[in-house]
Design a binder for this molecule. Structure first.
Ligand code: CP
Ligand code: NVA
Length: 308
């Protein structure tokens, strides 16, 4: 049994094997209906709990569909309707869920909740986003980059804006999969120092830039994310927006990168804030491939978990 908690906690060779598997299953399914079951149906007779303490469109639909394509069933649970961490400890919830289901995907707030779930569950636990990281998304992002541009090793990713949970997982991926990362954003929103240190400890070049144009210069991929993550306090909105405005990804900023630089956003996007329509809908944008690849990447992650 294997948990998929964070990209720096999974061996690099396993991440590469998961990415290969994702491409293989995606290719094998080409032309089939979305509800068609994969030939080997590796989740036959298995049930997966999908626990959401925060809203979700992509994670919810892609995991639900992925489990079905693999021959399994899902139980989708909303945190607000569960005892989880309120009238029952996370540890006891983990023990109980483990008696009913074969795998748990959880989207939660604090990383500690994910870790407690993994410590006490006797079935695999997958991180579907915490305040600190979003590893499944970055697996889909790397898959998408490689579909369009070939191996990501040796390339440079520019992260613009808030050094948030997504940025931390990109840094973990940089260390594991061999690419460099330039952060362009305000100092108060610098990325998690431990994630920066992880990437650097693996020999990757992590640059911190305060100037957006400098940050995207030479990048092979420009990525941004919402200026207000789901865990950010509503009252911080005005201040955060003022600090982040210089890092908006617009056509003028993309022009500072290379003509074939790709643009990604995990979505949901706030058009006109962190990114403009012209970039979202422009020729360098691969945002909907990214969204689709959540399905294929997560199916490979689930297979890795159960085949442990
Ligand atoms: N990118 C992502 O995780 O989307 P959802 O919040 O819709 O799941
Ligand atoms: N940083 C965002 C990602 C959403 C998928 C958030 O945590 O809300």
């Amino acid at each position: 049994m294997r948990h998929f908690l964070d990209l720096h906690k999974v061996p690099a060779d396993d991440l590469r094997a998961i990415l290969n598997q994702a491409v293989e299953t995606k290719t094998a399914r080409a032309g089939q209906g979305k509800g068609a079951c994969d030939a080997d149906a590796p989740l036959t007779d298995r049930v997966v709990a999908l626990v959401f303490e925060k809203p979700s469109t992509r994670t919810r639909v892609s995991f639900d569909l992925g489990v079905r394509q693999m021959g399994g069933e899902t139980v989708v649970l909303s945190g607000s309707e569960m005892h989880l961490g309120k009238s029952e400890s996370v540890a006891d919830t983990a023990r109980v869920l483990s008696r009913f289901v074969d795998m748990i995907m959880i989207r939660t707030f604090e990383d500690a909740t994910l870790l407690e779930m993994a410590e006490y569950a006797t079935v695999p636990v997958i991180n579907g986003l915490t305040d600190a990281s979003h590893p499944c998304q970055i697996m889909a992002d790397v898959m998408t980059f490689e579909e369009h541009r070939g191996p990501i090793a040796g390339k440079t990713v520019a992260w613009l804006g808030d050094g948030n949970n997504m940025c931390a997982s990109f840094l973990h991926a940089a260390g594991q999969l061999g690419f460099d990362l330039t952060f362009g954003g305000p100092e108060v929103m610098d990325p998690d120092p431990a994630a920066v240190e992880f990437a650097r400890s693996k020999g990757r070049n992590v640059r911190i830039e305060r100037d957006a144009a400098q940050a995207v210069a030479g990048a092979d991929l420009v990525v941004t994310d919402t200026w207000m993550s789901m865990h950010d306090a509503a009252e911080a909105r005005e201040k955060r927006h003022a600090l982040l405005q210089p890092y908006q990804v617009n056509a003028a900023l993309m022009a500072q990168a290379k003509p074939d630089t790709l643009f990604m956003h995990c979505l949901p996007a706030h058009r006109g804030e962190e990114v403009t329509d012209e970039v979202m809908d422009g020729p360098q944008s691969v945002i909907f491939d990214e969204a689709e690849n959540r399905l294929h990447a997560q199916k490979a992650i689930m297979r890795w978990c159960v085949e442990g």
